[in-house]
Design a binder for this molecule. Structure first.
Ligand code: FES
Ligand code: FES
Length: 172
């Protein structure tokens, strides 16, 4: 029987039954049935699988689930709770994270495959830099290890507009 560990995912402690070396992405999608993080490359080279672990972006395709034991994992589905908690609430109340709302308002996605990872990266950026310049937004998506966030549909200009919109909302 596989070792069991506990990881907090989107505000809930979850007992994980997958083997400890199982990629976090597989646990999230296959065991916990969270479809936000996507499988793109499987090699930490695209960003589609990005999630937050203790507030920092990680590529879940190369992160063993054992590395998240006792930590807080946030997927796209958990962004509303993260935003609510930043305001001192304990439940999301059904309100989207400003990043998610900005993505809707700017109609960012085309096929949508990469966008969960794009929103995760935006949430991390705005948590640490509430007023990023365009250059800083581009830098966050292109120069942060382990690789740039890739969008085959080329939605990059809309992403920059959405991050700026979310920034304004979060400061108001
Ligand atoms: S699927 Fe993880 S970075 Fe591409
Ligand atoms: S919206 Fe299609 S890959 Fe980004």
């Amino acid at each position: 029987m596989a070792d069991q560990l506990t990881t907090n995912v989107n505000g809930h402690d979850r007992a994980i039954t997958s083997a400890p070396e199982t990629p976090l992405l597989y646990v999230l999608r296959n065991e916990l049935r969270l479809s936000g993080p996507r499988y793109g490359c499987g090699l930490a080279q695209c960003g589609a699988c990005a999630v937050l672990v203790d507030g920092a972006e990680v590529r879940s395709c190369i992160t063993p689930i054992a590395a998240t034991a006792g930590k807080k994992v946030t997927t796209l589905e958990g962004l509303p709770l993260l935003w609510a908690q930043s305001k001192g609430a304990t439940a999301d109340g059904g309100t989207l994270h400003p990043v998610q709302q900005a993505w809707i308002d700017e109609q960012v996605p085309q096929c949508g495959y990469c966008q969960s990872g794009m929103m995760i990266a935006a949430a991390e950026l705005l948590a640490t830099n509430p007023s990023p310049s365009v250059a800083q937004i581009k830098d966050a998506y292109t120069n942060k290890p382990p690789s740039p966030h890739l969008c085959r549909c080329g939605t990059y200009a809309a992403i920059i507009r959405a991050v700026q919109r979310a920034s304004m909302t979060m400061k108001s």
